[in-house]
Write a protein that binds this ligand. Structure first.
Ligand code: PLP
Length: 487
């Protein structure tokens, strides 16, 4: 058992009192790491711990006070001790990226291989995901109705480039619940978020320009940067508070950067979210250094708790290009997304027209009706509960891996970022895992400079049924963790 993330197991040995409090402290800490007690939940009472563990009150209090001093729990008068942990508190923080000079990107064949297997979010893509969730059944009915509607007559005509007004109205209403009011003329429907990011980059950058990205960060952005012949500079991104704005400032001082792509809500791969203070500083830097900020908001609706407001809600100077889609929250197969392009919006509308002409009217109308009927909101409520459960199951399973394992604990998104012993090479393991039918997402996919070889993104998008559990259980063997005692 590695001590980096998961502490020593409880052992009821004949220890002197000096060590008993340490044992209890470790046991409680491990329970917190394995999410037996989650953030905001109360730990067992002092009386209960004394009774169940055969300890004196002073020993229990000592252990709790030590956890409090380390910031893992807080004492609330007359109520007990409550968990107040963040993922960086779970052992040592995960490693940070290096800052390197801007350069062109060359996306690896490995990424294309994984994408070709439609596998970036499933260890066992062959399984597919079983029954449709009720929300998607209802969505399909709405789309079916829209397709069957008589007197459409419009099948021989393109929809307007900005997209169906009914869908834009539903999106505007949905976004207004997150503190951002947007006029329908400032929203444009796209073919997913990747397409929105593409339009945003095309509108705001020219060949050779430098774009700052999160590191580790979304590999799809690297592909776009490569295709548009831009250059990339990676900005270290933590697993709790997202892009490191101090590091961004350092980058901006050294190089002329045209745009910054950032996911303030549950960034992939680690699920980090930027605090409001960091978002405000980012926007101030964007003003100072004259940047476009391309906000990838795709994971916001997967939040397990309150959905964070978009960065765009703070954007007084029209510098933020908000990009999103239904791919993570509802269906990847819809291929429907949206963009609000700030000062580049007119150019984006023109680019949408030139590159796509229009989006499917019936599909948009079906989704708009699904939203208007409350189907999307109830789907999200159900999905959140499932995602959180599956995240907890995954973290509990990872806690039993041998060797050193440090894991992010996201509050939204579809994946955790796991950092393993430095000797592990996830790229080497990829083909070996593939022979067993298991598709892993190695860390270097999330960097253009080959960093993070000892890291993996592991998704909890799908049910941990028997086969997926077995696949996960086989990974420590494939990764060589069972022989590693570097703990
Ligand atoms: C952070 C991020 N942005 C954008 C996309 C692309 O989204 P879409 O399927 O809507 O094109 C993905 C898909 O994996 C993603 O993870």
């Amino acid at each position: 058992m590695g001590v980096g993330l998961f502490g020593a197991a409880w052992r009821s040995s004949n220890l002197s009192d000096t060590f008993r409090y340490q044992e209890l402290e470790s046991w409680l800490e491990r329970g917190i790491r394995e999410l037996r007690w989650r953030e905001g939940e109360r730990l067992p009472s002092i009386r209960m711990l004394c009774g169940e563990r055969g300890l004196s009150k002073a020993t229990v209090q000592h252990a709790l006070q030590r956890l409090e001093a380390r910031g893992l729990v807080e004492a609330r008068p007359k109520a007990g001790y409550f968990v107040c942990v963040r993922s960086s508190d779970l052992g040592q923080p995960l490693s940070r990226a290096r800052i390197e000079a801007p350069r062109p990107v060359s996306v690896s064949d490995l990424l294309l291989d994984i994408m070709g297997r439609s596998a970036a979010f499933d260890l066992l893509p062959e399984l597919r995901c079983g029954d449709l969730p009720p929300g998607v059944v209802a969505l399909n009915r709405s789309i079916g109705r829209a397709l069957r509607r008589p007197a459409q007559g419009s099948y021989q005509y393109y929809d307007e480039p900005a997209g169906d007004e009914g869908l834009r109205a539903q999106l505007a209403l949905h976004l207004s619940r997150r503190g951002w009011r947007v006029g329908l003329d400032r929203l444009c429907i796209t073919s997913g978020c990747q397409n929105a990011l593409f339009l945003g980059l095309m509108a705001s950058c020219s060949r050779g320009d430098v774009v700052a990205v999160e590191s580790p960060g979304f590999y799809g952005v690297m592909q776009l940067i490569e295709q548009l012949e831009l250059q990339v500079v990676e900005v270290p991104t933590g697993n709790d508070s997202g892009m490191d704005v101090d590091a961004l400032e350092e980058v901006l001082k050294r190089w002329k950067v045209r745009a910054c792509i950032v996911s303030p809500a549950f960034a992939t791969p680690g699920g980090a979210s930027m605090p409001e203070s960091a978002k405000r500083r980012l926007l101030a830097l964007a003003d100072q250094y004259d940047l476009a900020v391309i906000e990838d908001d795709i994971y916001a609706d997967t939040a397990f708790g309150p959905v964070p407001d978009p960065l765009k809600a703070l954007d007084d100077n029209d510098r933020v290009i908000l990009c999103s889609s239904f791919s993570k929250s509802l269906s990847r197969d819809l291929r429907l997304g949206w963009i609000s392009g700030g000062r580049w919006h007119e150019r984006i509308l023109q680019l949408k027209l030139v590159t796509q002409l229009a989006s499917s009217r019936s599909l948009q109308q079906g989704v708009a009706e699904f939203m208007a009927d409350g189907g999307y909101a109830s789907h999200l409520r159900r999905q959140r509960t499932g995602l959180r459960e599956r995240r907890d199951q995954l973290i509990a399973m990872l806690s039993r891996w041998p060797g050193q394992v440090r894991v992010s604990v996201p509050r939204g998104g579809l994946a955790v970022w796991a950092e393993l012993s430095a000797s592990v090479d996830t790229l080497e393991v990829y083909p070996k895992a593939l022979e067993q039918g298991v598709v892993i997402t190695p860390g270097p996919l999330f960097s253009s400079s080959g960093q993070f070889r000892n890291c993996l993104r592991i998704s909890f998008a799908h049910d941990w049924n028997g086969a997926r559990r077995d696949a996960l259980t086989s990974l420590p063997g494939l990764l060589g963790l069972e022989n590693s005692n570097s703990g």
